[in-house]
Design a protein around this ligand. Sequence first.
Ligand SMILES: Cc1cc2nc3c(=O)[nH]c(=O)nc-3n(C[C@H](O)[C@H](O)[C@H](O)COP(=O)(O)OP(=O)(O)OC[C@H]3O[C@@H](n4cnc5c(N)ncnc54)[C@H](O)[C@@H]3O)c2cc1C
Length: 405
Amino acid sequence: MNDIVIVGGGLTAASAAKTLRTEGFDGGIRIIAAEDHNPYLRPPLSKEYLQGKAGLDEVYIEKDDWYAANNVQVDRGTTVTALHPVDHEVETAAGRIHYDKLLLATGCSPRTLPIPGSDLDGVMTLRTLDDSDRLKAELSGGGKNVVLIGAGWIGLEIASSATQLGNTVTVLERDPVPLGVVLGDELGTYFTEYQRSKGVTIRPSVNITGITGTDGAVSGVALEGGETVPADLVLIGVGVVPNVSLAKDAGLDVQNGITTDAALHTSAPDIFAAGDVAFSLHPVIGTHIRSEHWANALNSGEVVAKSMLGQSVVHDMIPYFYTDQFDLGMEYSGYGTLTKGADVVYRGDPKSNEFIAFWVADGKVVAGMNVNVWDVNEAVQGIITRGNTVDPARLADPSIPLEEL
Ligand SMILES: Cc1cc2nc3c(=O)[nH]c(=O)nc-3n(C[C@H](O)[C@H](O)[C@H](O)COP(=O)(O)OP(=O)(O)OC[C@H]3O[C@@H](n4cnc5c(N)ncnc54)[C@H](O)[C@@H]3O)c2cc1C
């Protein structure tokens, strides 16, 4: 095997390329990246970078000279327009490129809202470094009425950053409890109240009918019932959709993402998928999941590189993500699909903003979240992995080491 082509220039692509080299692969590695950037990290784009507390050095994954030094070609600003699995070729505007093994790491794109006014000036989404630069330019002077549509993780992180930059922020959410679908109503309410305590207005259970404008620029968000919430800037954060069209058009199996087995093979020979776009069989829980988080991009990039080299590996990490909002930092590990109907057991009092929450289903911990409690997430993962039946009283008791559960 000589040539590995990676479509997409995000963290998954970078992680795979780095691992291919550290595992000794000395053939060609070509990353084809639609954005005109070397691979970079997205988490800072809604947090430290947006607030001006981190620079580009903390955003780019490797310095520019790493790619030449490691003989990794990055075709920046180049979009793959079609796959030809039988010919082992991908197509760009410049022609066809051969691969021996192909990695699809095309990530996700922001979901759009099909409502009137969503194309007005001042209506934005946040996915890319360029988006973050534009948003930073709007927010950094402060004094704006910012309306966020959607109270998901990225929406709440932007609410935190925009507020800290001196703007007035209103978050509009369709669901009755922001984050309720992910965390359950109790902890969703916890995050809602935390944001409110920092000055963010959060309005759940609202239906948006359109975005209003004056002379082509946004001026407000219209709600069912006739009210218009004034806005100088509207940020739409209603989730993301996996970039599956290349795979779908080429006849690969696609469900909630590009379907893979636990070793990240797609349904087509020599084509692999990893990161946000992959809908992968998780060998521990026996179902397919798609994870839209940083740690999954990093880890699945490593696993898929080894898989492409023919090593016997599976992508079996416990899903993990984190968020930072104002002075609250949180890490979550676990199987979200198993938390529906689970009991939540607390170690520490949420009112203190320092606690661990465990989701317990059938007597076993299936997920855990530490809020402003550090260096425990590995131990939380240990409990999930061991799968012991736990006594809720011991789980809640801070004098019992997590390692003993
Ligand atoms: C603002 C923001 C904040 C985040 N914060 C957190 C956080 O706090 N914690 C956390 O766990 N996760 C966070 N995430 C999620 C995390 O960044 C993603 O999980 C991660 O970026 C996924 O990496 P990826 O390489 O799989 O996909 P992506 O980062 O989406 O990269 C895919 C790349 O492929 C390119 N591409 C797509 N199609 C083509 C094509 N046909 N040809 C060429 N290139 C193509 C895209 O342009 C894109 O650059 C955040 C994401 C965002 C946007």
